[in-house]
Design a protein around this ligand. Sequence first.
Ligand SMILES: NC(=O)c1ccc[n+]([C@@H]2O[C@H](COP(=O)([O-])OP(=O)(O)OC[C@H]3O[C@@H](n4cnc5c(N)ncnc54)[C@H](O)[C@@H]3O)[C@@H](O)[C@H]2O)c1
Length: 247
Amino acid sequence: MKHKDRLVVITGGAQGIGKAIVDAFLREGAFVVTMDLRHGRSASNLVWIQGDLTLSEDRNFFVDEIMKLNRKVDVLVNNAMVFTSGLRSHTPTEEIRKAIELGAIAPYDLILQLSGSMNDSSSIINLLSTRAFQSQADSEGYAMAKGALGSLTHAAALSLGPKVRVNAIAPGWIQTKPSRLSDSDLLQHPVGRVGTPEDIAKAVLFLASEDAGFITGETLTIDGGMSKRMIYHQDEGWIYDPKENHG
Ligand SMILES: NC(=O)c1ccc[n+]([C@@H]2O[C@H](COP(=O)([O-])OP(=O)(O)OC[C@H]3O[C@@H](n4cnc5c(N)ncnc54)[C@H](O)[C@@H]3O)[C@@H](O)[C@H]2O)c1
C-alpha cells in the first residue's frame, strides 16, 4: 500500500483508463478527486466533480474543490482526452484548438495551479499516446495535443524538480470496451495481445511511487512492443497499397 492516505487528482475518471487508475488508487487506500464530463459514483474516499476540462471556469472550480480539502496534492494524473481527426476530414481549426485545450492547456493549467500545493514526494503523470511519436493519416488534432503534452512533461520536470517529478505514459492499443479482435490484431503485438486499462494503471502506481524516485522527465511506452515492429512492403505478408493512401 504505497499510496495509502495520499491525495490523488485524476482527470477523466469515469471510464476506460481513467477509471482503472481511480480504482487502482482507491484499492491502495488513497483519497481520489476526479473531474469528468459524466456523472459519477460517490464513495467515502472519492470526490467526483462533474465538469468540462476545456473550460477554465470548470478547471478553476475543480482546483477550488481540491483546495477546500486543505491537504497537499501527492499525485496529479492528466488523463482526459478525446480523439480528434485532422486534415483529411477537414477538421475545423476550432476543433483542433479544443483538442489542444483538453490535451495540453488543461494539464498545464492544473499543474500551474496545483504544483504549489504539492509536497516533496509528489508526482505528475501525463497520459500521452504512441501517436505522439508516429501516426495514421487524419489524426492531426490528437497528435498535436499529445505532442504538446509530451513536451510539457520534460519541460515541467525541469521547472518543478527537485521537488516534484513529472513523467508520461504513452499507451498503444488499450481495449477499453469489449470488441471482437482478430488473431492478427493480437499477434501484431510482440506480446500477443492488446493492452488493458489495468496495464496502464499499474504503471501509474509505479511512477507515482518512491520506487520511481530517480525517474523524471521520462515517457514510458506501454504498447506490447507494437511500435518496435519494423514494417517493410511484403514483410510478414504486409502489402503497401498506394491506392489506400490517397491524400
Ligand atoms: N485507449 C487507448 O487505446 C489509448 C491509447 C493511447 C492513449 N490513450 C490515452 O489514455 C487516456 C485515456 O483514454 P481512454 O481510452 O480511457 O479514453 P475514454 O474516452 O475511454 O475516457 C476518457 C474520459 O475522459 C472524459 N473526458 C473527455 N473529455 C472531457 C472533458 N472535456 N472534461 C472532462 N472529462 C472529459 C470522458 O468522459 C471519459 O470518462 C487519454 O489521454 C487517451 O488519449 C488511450
